[in-house]
Design a protein around this ligand. Sequence first.
Ligand code: NAG
Ligand code: NAG
Ligand code: NAG
Ligand code: NAG
Length: 349
Amino acid sequence: MVLLISMYAVLAIVNLTSYHVNPLHEGVIPVNMNTADIRGDIFFDLRSKTLPIECASDRANQTHDCRNQEVVDTDLVVTKLVMTVYGEFGEYARCNACNAKDVDPSSGLPCHGQNYLCVCGEPRQRDCTDQKPVGAENITTHFGGGGGCDWDTWIKYPWSCWGQEVVHKTAGPGKNTWYSSTSAGWCGAPGASPATCTWSAEVLKIVNKTCSDNSVYSAVEEYDALHDGRFAKCPHHPQTGPRRNTSDPCWIYSFYATVLGPDALMPGGAVAGMPVEILDQAFDRPFADEAQGGCPAIPPPPEAPPRLGSQRRYSHRSFGVLSGPQLQASFRAAAQLAAEEVAERRRRA
Ligand SMILES: *[C@@H]1O[C@H](CO)[C@@H](O)[C@H](O)[C@H]1NC(C)=O
Ligand SMILES: *[C@@H]1O[C@H](CO)[C@@H](O)[C@H](O)[C@H]1NC(C)=O
Ligand SMILES: *[C@@H]1O[C@H](CO)[C@@H](O)[C@H](O)[C@H]1NC(C)=O
Ligand SMILES: *[C@@H]1O[C@H](CO)[C@@H](O)[C@H](O)[C@H]1NC(C)=O
């Protein structure tokens, strides 16, 4: 019996359905990359819709995502895969794309020619690309514990508060997980030992990030059209559908107000907004057949172990941030909407 139990411990195998966003040219098997369950994927994606404002502001230099190739690259795709994990989970590693200077811009650590670097430990960070166990992080506990946005921040950068509560939206029993999987544990690596490797991955479908974004944006806009009609109140409309401008602060405000409810965009406000199940569907729909509203499948790129830095490059998607007077008008519109929502709440209270 004891023997049986210990064998089980050795042979623990878990199949995880996971998702990740990354540049297609890096390959989609998550070697030295992070993946997530669907809620973790939603969290990664939704918190970053304010980047067009943030990356044009004086806070751009403090924001890793303005330089994160998994956010700004021009050939981003979303991959749905089944990851098979052998053995126990270990410490979660933050794995990021290295830049053309052979540095991981998130940690500042050298990449030694790798495309991606996995980093463990806080605040003292160390390269843990040689760690075998698949790492897991509960992002509800990791990111959800803070006090949220404070008024000092809100007064200077109100938009920086808009995405902060997404972690509470995506929370749920058994949900909200990020994973890390390293080259050291990959069963597909040349010469990997089946006895000691810790993970393998089967790609289900790869889709264009733009197509996936449109699925999500449409779901949010459609929900709003049936409930509050915020997007329609922004200037320069039509603001939704293929002509939407995701750099417009009024569109961005309306997006978060719909997803999280307008209270959550203020310090101390509670999270409400559209049902998270609609978001689950919107994020998963791209992976359905095209006849069911899915996105076209992108053929898997060649995976070239050991994936050294030859393909590395520095490309940058432009966020197309609105210029001076347009930006001011759009901010005013967002502020006007926010003020109307406060007045409306008072009337209802
Ligand atoms: C941000 O950093 C870059 C170089 O690291 C520098 O050239 C630029 O002036 C900085 N911008 C701001 C707004 O601080
Ligand atoms: C995704 O679609 C956009 C817009 O249609 C296109 O510009 C981009 O090249 C596509 N990316 C990939 C990786 O196919
Ligand atoms: C993450 O933590 C939350 C809060 O403690 C819990 O409800 C949830 O089940 C955990 N998620 C996982 C995947 O264990
Ligand atoms: C969206 O923003 C860009 C960048 O400022 C601007 O050039 C474009 O005109 C805007 N699009 C629409 C439809 O308003």
